[in-house]
Design a protein around this ligand. Sequence first.
Ligand code: MF3
Ligand code: CO
Length: 254
Amino acid sequence: MILRKSAKEIELMAAAGAVVASTLALAHERLEPGITMVELDRILEEHIVSHGAKPTSKGYKGYPAATCISPNEMIVHGIPGPYAAQEGDVISVDVGVTKDGWITDSCATFGVGEISTEAQALLDACQAALDAGIEAAQLGAVIGDISEAVQTVVEGAGFSVVRTLVGHGVGKHYHEDPQVPNFVTSYRGPELREGMTIAIEPMITAGGPDVYIHDDGWSISSEDGSLTAHFEHTVAITADGPRVLTRPARVLVP
Ligand code: MF3
Ligand code: CO
């Protein structure tokens, strides 16, 4: 069942989204060689809490940290640990926050210092795929239009879309209907209607599309060890077009 949100509820989600956006901006600022993932997670959790919000991931199905931080070949759900960022890494930081009962979800992949040309191309393609997916999220379109837009950009750049992980509705719950795949199937999904709020999140690799779950039961990496990228925004479907609820404000970090 797709839960649509009123204009007032979308404003509440946008307030949660502002916290997510400033948290990711802070992650970008602090992600320098030497910082450990667990240190970064602590900094981000403090930021979230000091802005009157809660990290949605913490305790979600038993997840042990505030954020998911996934370096290099790890694509999602990395549990922040002792790994220290190194020059040339690409590190995905996935943040969900709950504020006044409303959740938004966003992720960005950041390069640490100088990164390779291929790594930069991967990040650029994933960001462009997310932008295309958002642009396709128009009233009257269907979920499959978003999927197609994302897949076209990613595969056009020579990269692969992961099949076993998908975007999702978001609101009172972290994961709501509908699913938002990053690839096309014969089922093109429900029509986009006013008040739907969805997390669009291309998860891509520089190699093949297959992934595996680590023994910790959470972290997921590319099967072939290739570099990965993940960008995500929470988007509301409105009569004026897609509204990104997790876009950074002009002043990124207060
Ligand atoms: N933010 C993730 C998503 O996009 C969900 C993380 S769930 C967690 O769906 F428990 F791993 F944090
Ligand atoms: Co998500």
